[in-house]
Design a protein around this ligand. Structure first.
Ligand code: GDP
Ligand code: IMO
Ligand code: MG
Length: 430
């Protein structure tokens, strides 16, 4: 039987613990590839004394001999990428011959970053709360057919023409609408050609590369960034990121056909967090939220912003399960809930007198949809070194079983701490 190909995807608003789970699962995957997003992602991997936050490089890279790829659907800021590669080199991680980039991936340019930040300022109170990394403007340029692809960085004439074209409208915008300095292509060309010189050795066609290896019996794990409700189509629009984050986009973001995928594993926290603005029905704005934030160290790994915290939301997870075709899930940060007297699970939203089991269709209804809760007894004590489900406090077992029951999704892994070994395996994935 051939080895399984899997997609790992966030089921909430990002930061579910994808980095930890991907790092763990990478021992069973020959290739780990990212398919969307850019350095808006921050995926933490903790291994002994080492705590690393990956922005672009797939979280599987610490597993020696595994091949890691950035697919065509990823947007790459070369400044961040080469810093990240330097950081890996400094801790002795050898990437030679095992890290590759799709030649079709798009490049985040300095004008994308300036645009992202200036637009947020212009929106004022209606700001999205983006990471300010230029993600949205880079994807806009891709769709507007103004983007610069990784392969363009190695051709001076092509690169220059493309920068000039891309800046035609943007410089008007900077000068006349946003009150920002304009960009001169001559100031960008040498720096980005230099990146081209450095990126060249990594360029591949991710579709050819992966499909050829799958034919030879290798397997692949596709690592999602952000989370289902930050998806530009299916998320809490307009408070979303600018890419499709759901499992379906993993295929186009790498150049793989849907028939190749065996499992889709969704990652969710045992509660909910969100960073940035937008709808969050189960948010705890008072003391309980603060307790979870402090205990869970819920501060953005990219921007350091405090993450908003709230109860587990069955509506979201069921919806995410459907949108991703999830075959199972990993639940992280169960340890953070220890010590709370009562724990709530949101089972639906009350809107205009009836209970709905999906996100409200119109964003105008978001604030009117009130969560309906089921209350559960909490548990106490440090559970972070527990190795099997039966040794967990009975109330935490009940909580987990209730989540499985209500979401209809089977839990493969339970994470009770940030370290690799602080994980309880319930059902094998590979
Ligand atoms: P990602 O973006 O989905 O990879 O998640 P982040 O790395 O942004 O955020 C997850 C945070 O939770 C990181 O600081 C992890 O080290 C940490 N973490 C992951 N799993 C657990 C867990 O089970 N318990 C605790 N306490 N921390 C965890
Ligand atoms: P990982 O992969 C959490 C959020 C931002 C903002 C919105 C749009 O670590 O889970 P963007 O810069 O993408 O245009 O911002 O999306 N966001 C994330 N939140 N985790 C992430 O990535 C995120 N990437 C973007 O906070 O609300
Ligand atoms: Mg993160």
């Amino acid at each position: 039987m051939r080895k399984k190909n899997i997609i790992v995807v966030g089921l909430q608003w990002g930061d579910e613990g994808k980095g930890k789970i991907v790092d763990l699962l990478a021992k069973d995957a020959d290739i780990v590839a990212r398919y969307q997003g850019g350095n808006n992602a921050g995926h933490t991997v903790v291994s002994g004394d080492l705590s690393l936050v990956f922005r672009l490089v797939p979280s599987g890279i610490l597993n020696e001999e595994k091949i890691c790829i950035l697919g065509n659907g990823v947007v790459i800021d070369p400044v961040v990428l080469f810093q990240e590669l330097e950081d890996l080199k400094a801790i002795g991680i050898n990437i030679k011959g095992r890290f590759f980039i799709s030649y079709k991936s798009h490049i985040i340019m300095p004008y994308h970053k300036r645009l992202d930040i200036a637009r947020e300022r212009l929106r004022g109170a209606g700001m999205i709360g983006t990471t300010g990394r230029g993600i949205g403007p880079a994807y806009e340029d891709k769709v507007a057919r103004l983007g610069i692809r990784a392969v363009d960085l190695i051709n001076r004439d092509l690169l220059y023409k493309k920068i000039v074209l891309s800046l035609k409208e943007k410089n008007h915008l900077f000068k006349n609408v946003l009150g920002e300095d304009v960009f001169n292509p001559d100031d960008l060309i040498e720096e980005y050609l230099n990146y081209g010189g450095k990126i060249q050795e990594f360029l591949i066609d991710s579709s050819i590369f992966i499909n050829e290896r799958l034919d030879k019996g290798f397997n692949v794990m596709l690592e999602g960034a952000q989370g289902t409700f930050l998806d530009v189509d299916h998320g809490t629009y307009p408070y979303v990121t600018s890419s499709n984050t759901v499992g379906g986009s993993a295929l186009s973001g790498i150049g793989l056909g849907p028939t190749k995928i065996d499992e889709v594993i969704g990652i969710t926290k045992a509660y909910t967090t969100r960073v940035g603005e937008g709808y969050f029905p189960t948010e705890l704005k008072g003391e309980e939220g603060r307790v979870i934030r402090d205990k869970g160290e819920e501060f953005g790994s990219v921007t350091g912003r405090p993450r908003r915290c709230g109860w587990f939301d069955v509506n979201l997870i069921k919806e995410a399960g459907r949108l991703n075709g999830a075959t199972g899930m990993a639940v992280t940060k169960l340890d953070v809930l220890s010590g709370l007297g009562k724990i709530n699970i949101c089972t639906g939203y009350m809107l205009n007198g009836s209970v709905i089991n999906h996100l409200p269709f119109s964003s105008a209804d978001y604030d009117k949809a009130i969560p309906v809760y089921e209350e559960m007894e909490g548990w106490s004590g440090d559970i972070s070194s527990i190795k099997s489900f039966k040794d967990l406090p009975v109330n935490s077992q009940k909580y987990i079983l209730r989540i499985e029951d209500l979401t209809g999704l089977r839990i493969n892994m339970l994470s009770v701490g940030k370290e690799r070994m602080q994980t309880i395996n319930l059902k094998n994935i590979f």
